[in-house]
Design a protein around this ligand. Structure first.
Ligand code: TYD
Ligand code: MG
Length: 456
């Protein structure tokens, strides 16, 4: 066989964009210093081949005649994972589980087959030896009778093995360790990662085997990450949160078969990941009544309402420029809220340091948290505690008005269910139902909130 012709190209590690020359800034995603040099074969066989899907070569047909019963869902015996997948794993789908090292990707993906002895599983490990997987399985417990462990990193062998075995489920840990001989560059490079994913996608679509693929993300993004795969795969689940704590959050950021932004909460125990079906338990830690600087927000993550504790610390600035720091909340939004408090409600916060923290390592993007942030900041500033049975749901506008939020009824119902006695919402909210057992207080702006909250 004649040696394949090769050429050198540059890829962006962040988005996978290809460029014939090096550039300081990727023109596609705008990231700096992400271009890496790789060798690819020229000619017909390029690094990233087009993916053939079943039905290729068929004629166009009317939508009404297409059989949709093909979408079979497999339950993974894990209510939280099934839920964020949209009701189970779809046959022939490629699911990417991303997250930082040590967060629990391998644990979750091994736990699935151990808890589903009815599924014949092929677990491909490129990262740990079969012995290490065995040790982990012993920790997790469960039934390992139908789980095959395959320690291999060469994609051609893995695909051949999967086609021979035809498992009900296949897991590949991790995309960064796999390589194909069809691509010149080393494992973990952009071309290898794309090729690995394309080969697995072809396998999944042609055989109907669902494939769970694991991908590492590093904080610095120093290795080519799952980001470049997001458009190839069907579902992207991402672990977030703090891997030093015991709670792990798994979020669906893309799902061709269900809704996105769904969140599942797990607790890392000595025996693997435990499902936390009531996340408010962990997000509203128990504490003494009368603590200032804490307020509870009735927020919505995906489609699920839950309550989360917002903590603020306001203190006199030690240096000329006050510090502002936010964990789990957008720092620019915090600055905006502080400016609104200063300009529209007359609180002198420009000479104060403000620190904000969301409980549980959760990253919050729901604007309904604004009101709880404002309440926590004011509570800390005046050293006046917000009663622990009060919660908040409202967005704060630039003129200090409190704006209504989506699905207020569901938030109120959840707050009431968890024993909250009073909830502050916007005056402009229209409610569809009566709420018993909880006092719904409508406020129009920040001064009205302060009058109601800090009277007495
Ligand atoms: P792991 O699944 O190996 O992470 P990843 O594959 O995302 O890199 O996570 C392992 C971490 O979880 C490690 O710090 C050990 C801990 N762990 C437990 O606390 N309990 C357990 O039962 C298991 C299997 C792991
Ligand atoms: Mg791992």
């Amino acid at each position: 066989m004649a040696a394949a012709k090769t050429k050198t190209v540059w890829f962006c590690k962040a988005c996978g964009n290809e460029s014939p020359k090096w550039m300081g800034r990727c023109p596609a995603c705008g990231e700096w210093n992400t271009m890496v040099e790789e060798t690819v074969a020229t000619g017909k066989k390029s690094g990233t081949q087009s993916v053939s899907v079943p039905g290729a070569g068929q004629k166009p047909m009317p939508l009404s005649e297409i059989d949709s019963t093909r979408e079979q869902r497999i339950s993974l015996n894990n209510a939280e994972v099934d839920r964020i997948l949209g009701g189970g794993l779809v046959e022939g789908s490629l699911v990417l589980i991303g997250g930082e090292p040590g967060i629990g990707k391998s644990t979750l993906s091994l736990q699935i087959p151990l808890h589903c002895p009815n599924l014949k599983t092929l677990y491909v490990t490129g990262e740990e030896s079969a012995g290490q997987v065995k040790l982990r399985a012993a920790r997790i417990g469960g039934d390992d009778s139908n789980c095959m462990i395959y320690s291999e990193t060469l994609m051609e062998n893995i695909i051949a093995e999967a086609r021979a075995m035809m498992p009900d489920l296949m897991i590949v840990d991790s995309v960064q360790t796999m390589f194909s001989t069809g691509v010149e560059s080393s494992p973990g490079s952009v071309t290898q990662i794309k090729e690995t994913a394309a080969m697995l996608l072809r396998l999944a679509k042609e055989t109907g085997i669902p494939v769970i693929l694991i991908g590492h993300i590093t904080k610095e993004g120093s290795i080519a990450g799952p980001k470049i795969l997001e458009h190839i795969v069907d579902v992207v689940l991402q672990f977030e949160g703090d891997n030093r704590g015991t709670y792990r959050l798994l979020r669906s950021i893309k799902n061709r078969f269900g809704s996105t932004s769904e969140l599942a909460v797990f607790e890392m125990t000595g025996k693997g990941l435990r499902e936390v079906s009531n996340p408010s338990e962990m997000l509203v830690p128990m504490h003494e009544d009368g603590l200032s600087g804490v307020a509870v927000s009735a927020m919505l993550d995906g489609t699920r309402p839950f309550l989360i504790e917002v903590q603020a610390l306001v203190s006199s600035a030690a240096y000329g420029t006050p510090q502002r720091s936010a964990t789990g909340f957008d720092a620019r939004r915090l600055n905006m809220l502080l400016a609104v408090l200063e300009k529209r409600a007359g609180f002198k916060l420009s000479v104060k340091d403000v620190f904000l923290n969301m409980a549980g390592g959760l990253k919050v993007s729901d604007p309904a948290c604004d009101l709880a942030v404002v309440a926590a900041v004011l509570s800390s500033n005046f050293d006046f505690a917000v009663q622990s049975d009060i919660c908040f749901a409202g967005e704060v506008g630039l003129s200090g008005e409190i704006r209504p939020v989506a699905q207020a009824d569901r938030r109120i119902t959840e707050a009431s269910r968890l024993g909250y006695k009073r909830i502050y919402i916007s005056s402009y909210t229209s409610l569809d139902m009566e709420h018993e057992g909880i006092e719904v207080v409508k406020v129009a702006d920040i001064p009205a909130l302060c009058r109601s909250l800090f009277k007495g």
